[in-house]
Design a protein around this ligand. Sequence first.
Ligand code: ATP
Ligand code: MG
Length: 277
Amino acid sequence: PKTDAPEYRQLMIDKLRENNVEEFRSLFFELHPYDQAKFFLKLDQPDRMLLYQILSPEEMANVFENIRDDKNRYKSLLEEMHPAFAAKMMEYMYADDAADVLSELTKEKISSYLTIMDAQTAKSISELLDYEQFTAGSIMTTEFVAINANYTVQSTMDLLRKEAPDAETIYYLYVIDEEKHLVGVLSLRDLIVHEDDTLIADIMKKKVYSVSVADDQEEVARKMKDYNFLALPVVDFQHRLVGIITVDDIIDVLDEEASDDYSKLAAVSDVDSYDPN
Ligand code: ATP
Ligand code: MG
């Protein structure tokens, strides 16, 4: 059956229940992570428990990053997992997504997960959790590629080869100085059209548009839309590069704000149509 056919879904459930790991995995990984997430969300709890046995924390992280539309389920899903599995899974998620998941939990629960996570990862996640809601800092992620102006195209390519697997986007490369101040930017396209020995300083754009950690997320959305960037760098109060916000995060913001406005509207019309009799 085709991957979007109900029979395909049923086949996956059958393989899952038969504990036919190999065939289940080959069917499951045929799906785009968003569809993997949809499959996951529609499972009953006993089937989900089977899935946690079959998928690695890293694979589960990929699924979890795609259930953003169902934030209200984060908490219960996390709590049905083995805590060590859940913590590992969040280690593999992008820090902004992990922070988003954790923000649905109580302070005590959050720290119980953070303490069993890799210290470095736990630190970046908890810093993100400290930013005020609806600010750029609270929606940015810390997995970006930063280089120095004295790099060449070749040395940047070498670095990218190492860092690309973990970076949220490699489309823009940000240039920082020794104090981590944001001093330039170039796109992957800018990079690959130049000779290997070209200095980054000679090809980077020095006027860099950025947002501050404290800026409202709507301000970020507007800037991203006006300039048509796929990502924007986020700087702290000393103008040091501390994160990036990618366009997919902004789509989530706009979605949330649209539904907020919609519920306000709905609430108003409820009042209007209220009939005391
Ligand atoms: P183009 O549209 O010019 O063909 P592109 O498609 O490779 O370039 P875009 O995403 O359209 O890349 O970005 C256009 C240019 O903007 C790139 O050259 C990039 O270096 C630059 N740029 C990216 N981010 C920023 C930023 N935050 N501030 C200033 N310039 C930026
Ligand atoms: Mg372009």
